[in-house]
Design a binder for this molecule. Sequence first.
Ligand code: FES
Length: 111
Amino acid sequence: MDYNLVKINVEDQEGNQQEVEVPTDISMSLMEILKGMDYHILATCGGIALCATCHVQVKSGYESLPEATDDEWAMLDTLPKLTQTSRLSCQIKVNALQEGMSFKLLGETQL
Ligand code: FES
């Protein structure tokens, strides 16, 4: 297997932290990867920046991510739990991830 993998740290809504390996050479978003790993992300909009249940706080590496789009900002702006480094994980492509980045899941787990 010839995957490019990076290790990132993920903290779930209950505060459990875990290092996970993410392949970066596929066309998926961070939301899709984490959901596939059974993290509790509703992603009710399917990844088009409309539900914000994939909200994450980027605890480390925020500056290295591409800028959020206007649509992402518009959605983030509606969130009561907005942080200085909030992003929607469905809008983060895995190829933008770098070793050692750290994320905390902040999305609602039930609506
Ligand atoms: S999955 Fe709905 S905003 Fe990201």
